[in-house]
Every structure is written in C-alpha cells, then in structure tokens.
Write a protein that binds this ligand. Structure first.
Ligand SMILES: [Zn+2]
Length: 471
C-alpha cells in the first residue's frame, strides 16, 4: 500500500524532531451492507475507505494526525503535524524495517464475490418469509447482511513492519411479535471472521425461525418475579456480562488511571476459585481475532484470572510504556485510521468448569434461567450493570418451568464474580455478533459456560429491550 522506502522517510522525519517512537498505520476497508425492512430490500450500500494515521511518541506525550491520501507528500504533512510538539534535533539512525509474518492462519475459504448481490439479497428475503410464515403474530421483521474486508499495514521506528487482513460476514435478523397489545422482540445474529463458508455451517432461515419461535413463546409468558434470587445464565452470549461488567476493568487504561476495582490487585483473589477468565486474540474465525493488533504487536492468549486469582491486565503500547512494562499483550485496537489505539478486549471468556449444565439446573431449588439475553447497560469503570433477558424461565425444584417476560438482572460485576458457585462444562463462544462500544467501536467475541449466581437482583419490567447488539 505504501512502499518501505516511503515509510522509512516518514518515520525518520518524526525521529528528527526528538520523538522516541513513530508509527504509520495504513488501512484499506471495503464493505457491502444490505438491509431488509417491510419485506423489501431498503438498503444496498457499498463502502470504501482508506487512509493512514501517523502517531508520534515523546515519552508519554503521544500525538496523532491522519490523512486519507496515501501519497508521500500527504504522509509527510501528517507526520509534520503530528511531530509539531517536538523540539529536538536528534540524528536519527537508519530505521531497519523487516516484514514479520504471523504464524496464525485465518484465511477465508469462500470469498465474498462467490455469491452475487442478488443472491445475498435473496437470503434476506428468505429470512423474512420464514419468520412471517412461522406465526401470524410476527408483525415486523428486519434482516441485515454485511461483509467487510479490512486490510491493515503497520510500520514503526523500532523496525516493526506487519500486515493483517481481516474479513467479516455478519447476518442479523429481528422479529417483533404482537398479541393483545403485548410486544415481544427477539434477535438472531451470527457471523465471524470468515468468508461465505459461514453459510455452509449456519442457515440464516433456521436462525430467524428460532428467534420467531422464542418471541411467540415469550408472548404468553407471565411477568418475571422481582427480588433477590438465584440466576443461572446460559453459555455463549451470556459471557457479555463478564465482558461488560468485569473485562473492561481489566483494560490497562482503566488500571493506570486507578479507576478500576482491579487496580493494584495482581496476585490477589478477586473471583470465586471456580473462575478462570481469558482474553485470546488468536482463535481462528472469531470476531476479535487479530494476527497483529493495531499497535503492530502479535496477538496472544492472556490469562486474566486463574482459579479466582488476578494474573494480568490487557495492555496496549501506550499503557505498557506508561508503567515501564516491556511488552504489551497485543490488545491495542482502533476503530479506523482516524483513531488512536487503546486497550481493548479481543475474544474474552470465562473458561470451562466441571459441572454438567443439567446438574446446575437440578441443584437449583428456586430461581431464573436466562436462556437468551439482549444487551444492557454497564458503567464500565465500576462494573455496575443492568441486563435484559429476551428469553427466561422459572426454575422450580430443579426443573425449568414457566417462561417469564421482562427479566432484568442487575448488580456489580466484580461482586458477582466472587459469588458464582457453579460453572458448567459447556463453554461456548457467542454466535458472532458482539460489537463493543468503548468510545470507539470494535468487533469482539464473548463466551462462557453455563454459570450460577446464588443471589442477584432481578427486576421484572415490560420495558422494551435496548442495545441488542452492543457489548
Ligand atoms: Zn465492551
């Protein structure tokens, strides 16, 4: 995208002003979005965006400029703007850039152009027909298809030269069922860092039909009881709770600011001994996976909590330099070339436990089982959360009984983590729908086995769910 010689000249220009580190991040993004509403394709948008960001470090002072032209003159103007804070005149040594390859294999099998746009639109039409055909009470259906290719090149004055190629397919549907003035919304969303081979393993028609089935079932459900009670949470997408209410607090920027419950707690017991939690950016096919992060650091698997003991945080280059830590954990991520990276989760999950999920239900005398959740809200710096269930059931004498509507679960993430008393052996990652919104958007995965929280506040409400796709 830009030559090694151009990169070297631009980086040299920054070092001449006394900077101790300079970086160029180049990005080329193409996308296709199709949207269906009211049984018609309402949107078909092709997107293309490319440019570069130049970041210059003077100790802990970090400056940034970006450009959407990639010619040498534009890059030189960007670096001069970013390096304007410098007043040194160091004799920069020649930067020795050597391209480094990742051992991670994330290649896609079926490229996006292996289906035509009309074939992709036909998928959405079939989803619409399937959901509406399921039951006359299904009164609204929306469906979306998105494919995105994001190519990234990073050069820095420490000699780093890396490239990454990230390809995503995302398919989502929403159904609204209505009966006697009661509305029930349900979602189906899946995807990953994959090509169109995604469609060989998942059928969008089955997925939205399942959502329709869930919505119809919940229409007749009784209101959820409110109060302190035992909650059993589903595997997979249930991990959104850990991501939102605990994971963010293990991101190094919250740690170095001292605003996190986990600041200064490395080596201490911060969770039930049943809890091991991991951030792993190396898993093929997952939305949060990276060969190299947006600082150019190789992605890695980081154990955050091991058997209840806090082991590490998630670091990017800026925060690692701030505390004199030698390497980052490969968690530097940015929304686009217009943004500076910050510490972000990749694929974050509570690890496998020992309990059979059936046994977890059987050993619960009274409580709520949350089978499916929408999003919710969390105050990410403290971990106070409110989450909405889209499908939930009463547990009575060790059995799942009546479906209940409008269940919300609220509490504090770090406190809940200490309480969890059963962890299932059914670890699953989410179906591929997570989008994290910490100041900038980032694709992520979340996951967990079935878990049991002995006592947490449950509220019953008929408020519509919000934030269905965000984590
Ligand atoms: Zn998040």
């Amino acid at each position: 995208m830009i030559t090694q010689e151009t990169a070297r000249k631009v980086l040299d220009e920054a070092l001449k002003t006394g900077a101790d580190l300079a970086e160029i991040y180049v990005e080329d993004v193409t996308s296709l979005t199709l949207g269906l509403e009211d049984s018609r394709i309402e949107r078909a948008i092709r997107g293309a965006d490319r440019g570069a960001g130049v970041r210059v470090f003077f100790g802990n002072l970090v400056t940034y400029a970006f450009t959407d032209s990639l010619d040498e003159a534009s890059l030189m103007s960007a670096v001069q703007a970013a390096a304007a804070a410098g007043h040194g005149s160091s004799q920069a040594a020649r930067i020795d850039l050597t391209e480094r390859k990742s051992p991670l294999r994330f290649e896609i099998q079926k490229p996006f152009d292996s289906l035509s746009i009309s074939d992709k639109a036909a998928i959405l039409n079939r989803m619409d027909e399937s959901a509406r055909g399921y039951h006359p009470a299904i009164q609204q259906v929306t469906a979306n298809y998105r494919e995105l290719s994001r190519k990234v090149w990073i050069f820095n004055s420490n000699g780093v030269q890396v490239a990454d190629d990230r390809n995503f397919v995302e398919i989502a549907g929403q159904v609204v069922a209505r009966k006697n003035g009661t509305l029930q919304t349900s979602f189906a969303a899946f995807g990953g860092q994959v090509g169109l081979e995604l469609l060989d393993s998942k059928d969008p028609v089955d997925e939205i039909r399942e959502a329709a089935e869930g919505a119809i079932k919940m229409l007749d459900a009784r209101p959820c009881p409110a109060g302190e009670m035992t909650v059993v949470m589903c595997n997979g997408w249930g991990g959104v709770l850990f991501h939102e209410a605990c994971g963010h607090q293990m991101e190094a920027d919250f740690i170095t600011k001292g605003s996190s419950a986990y600041t200064g707690k490395i080596g201490e017991e911060v969770a039930s001994p049943l809890i091991t939690a991991i951030d792993d950016g190396t898993i093929p096919g997952r939305r949060g996976s990276l060969r190299f992060d947006d600082d150019g650091t190789p992605s890695q698997r980081t154990v955050l909590i091991e058997k209840g003991v806090l082991k590490d945080y998630m670091w990017d280059v800026v925060e690692a330099r701030r505390v004199g830590r030698e390497t980052s954990t490969g968690n530097g991520r940015r929304q686009s070339f217009r943004h500076m990276p910050m510490p972000r989760m990749t694929n974050t999950f509570i690890d496998q436990g020992e309990h059979d999920p059936e046994e977890i239900i059987q050993s619960t005398k009274k409580g709520i089982y949350i089978k499916s959740m929408a999003g919710g809200q969390a105050e990410i710096a403290r971990g106070d959360f409110v989450f909405n269930a889209t499908e939930a059931y009463l547990i009575e004498d060790g059995k799942l009984t009546a479906p209940v509507r409008g269940a919300t679960v609220m509490g504090n993430g770090p406190a809940v983590l200490r309480q969890i008393d059963m962890v299932g052996n059914d670890l699953a990652l989410d179906p591929g729908r997570g989008m994290c919104g910490k100041f900038q958007t980032a694709r992520v995965s979340v996951g967990q086995p079935t878990i049991r929280i002995p006592s947490v506040t449950v509220g019953g409400t008929d408020e519509p769910v919000s934030g269905a796709m965000s984590v």
